[in-house]
Design a protein around this ligand. Structure first.
Ligand code: C2O
Ligand code: CU
Length: 450
């Protein structure tokens, strides 16, 4: 009798385990003019174990902040960690004192209260820590979230915009997870050079989650939230999708793709049509690494809403004058072990690398200098602005690089020329490689707007 009971209990438990759902986690929305974020330690449970993590208002990642252009927003950010950190609004046009870079330290136990008037077009931005030498570790442990800006134009468009219904944030991160589910940040020198590459993918903090939805047109807002991995994202059947936006908002012309390359910190928004009763996976190839099933999409017999994919959007490029004397060069170099530099210098928090006047337009040429054996990709990210790309390797930029950008990938030997407009605010801002291990090793500089 006892034995039969045990068998029954075992069968029951196994069935329970099988029925554990692994649905795509959708971060809660955080809206309004008073936003509370608590930075805390957490535990992320995975199907095969768990890991100590960090999160905003939860165990891992953070809520999706959603604001409208011209909103006045007060944030209350409490650091309950046992260590210092910062919170930076990646892609946001923001006064330097509220940028959340390495100068705005939130000490353990303290709160930080930025007050921001949103002054930019609809875009999918994100937020994450930016403490000197600690950015990679804090982001890796889970401190990241989406930051959406909407405006009258974005709301007037006939595109999917119901959050968690037909408009989903998709935060892609590779993590190095052991058999117990633990992923502790513990880089070797090799990891600093080549990036802290994972052996598994997390999608919104879950391993290969399922998305069960009716057939219809879906908008996925893709963020590469990894430390240093370049992703190629596509559907398992190589179906086409329409890219409608890059880092800082809508593209002038949407573009059909069957795959897209996203480097750390970059965002792209895509529209994809899914028929009723079909199954398709979203997959991610890590550049120089493996292929992962990022998400299993299953549509029901039901039919949801279908949308036409828009062809073009309003986008005003940064206006520039090629003959202007406001030009700068940035040489991103790799010299030996961990010798990452920009213009031969490594980040020094006590040094301002250059100063520029407010209300100015500049042209920057950025090169990933090919040096000997060291062929390492880098990216270039600037705080406070969205830039326009003038040329990429001497050519007119293709459609994916023709919209507003704040981060651009440079493979060894690549050269990009960008136009940037600085206005409204003064103070100290950062520019750096967004491969977080490189940033922490000093591939960063700071400029002062006066
Ligand atoms: Cu996403 Cu300076 O960072
Ligand atoms: Cu780099």
């Amino acid at each position: 009798m006892k034995k039969i009971n045990l068998v029954l209990i075992t069968i029951f438990l196994v069935m329970q385990l099988w029925s554990v759902e692994n649905n795509l986690p959708v971060p809660p929305l955080l809206e309004g003019d008073n936003l509370n974020l608590s930075i805390n330690e957490g535990v992320l449970t995975l199907p095969f174990g768990s890991s100590r993590t960090m999160g905003f208002n939860g165990n891992y990642l953070g809520p999706t902040i959603r604001v409208n252009n011209s909103d006045y927003v007060k944030l209350n950010i409490e650091n309950t960690l046992k260590e210092n950190t910062t919170v930076h609004w990646h892609g946001l046009h923001v006064p330097a004192e509220f940028d959340g870079g390495p100068h705005q330290i939130i000490e353990s136990g303290d709160t930080w209260n930025p007050e921001i008037t949103i002054d930019q077009k609809a875009a999918t931005l994100w937020y994450h820590p930016h403490l000197m030498g600690k950015t990679a570790e804090h982001v890796y442990n889970g401190l990241a979230g989406m930051f959406y800006i909407e405006d009258d134009y974005s709301k007037s468009l006939d595109i999917p915009q119901e959050y968690g219904v037909n408009d989903f944030p998709i935060i892609l991160q590779d993590r190095r997870i052991n058999n117990n589910g633990e992923f502790r940040y513990n880089p070797s020198m090799h990891d600093y050079m080549q990036g802290y590459v994972g052996n598994m993918m997390l999608t919104n903090g879950a391993v290969s989650p399922e998305l069960n939805i009716p057939g219809g047109t879906y908008r996925f807002r893709l963020l590469n939230g990894s430390n240093s991995s370049i992703f190629r994202v596509q559907f398992s059947d190589k179906r086409e999708f329409t890219v409608i936006a890059s880092d800082g908002g809508f593209l002038p012309e949407s573009v059909e793709q069957s795959s897209i390359i996203i480097s750390p910190g970059e965002r792209y928004e895509i529209l994809v049509d899914l028929k009723t009763a079909e199954e398709v996976n979203l997959t991610t190839d890590i550049y120089g690494g493996d292929t992962y099933k990022t998400m299993e999409i299953k549509t029901s017999e039901e039919s949801g809403k279908y949308f036409n994919h828009p062809g073009s959007f309003i986008y005003e490029k940064v206006a520039y004058n090629m003959n202007s004397d406001r030009q700068r060069n940035f040489r991103m170099e790799t010299r030996g072990m961990g010798g990452f530099s920009i213009n031969g210098k490594r980040m020094d928090i006590n040094r301002i690398d250059f100063t520029l006047p407010s209300d100015s337009t500049e042209i920057w040429t950025i090169t990933n200098v090919r040096t000997g054996m060291m062929q390492i990709p880098h990216s270039f990210h600037v705080h406070d602005v969205q830039f326009s790309i003038i040329s990429f390797n001497g050519q007119k930029p293709g459609p994916l690089r023709s919209g507003p950008k704040d981060t651009i990938l440079l493979m060894p030997g690549d050269e990009v020329v960008i136009a940037l407009r600085f206005e409204d605010y003064t103070g100290i801002y950062m520019y750096h490689c967004h491969f977080l291990e490189h940033e922490d090793l000093g591939m960063m500089g700071q400029f002062l707007i006066e």
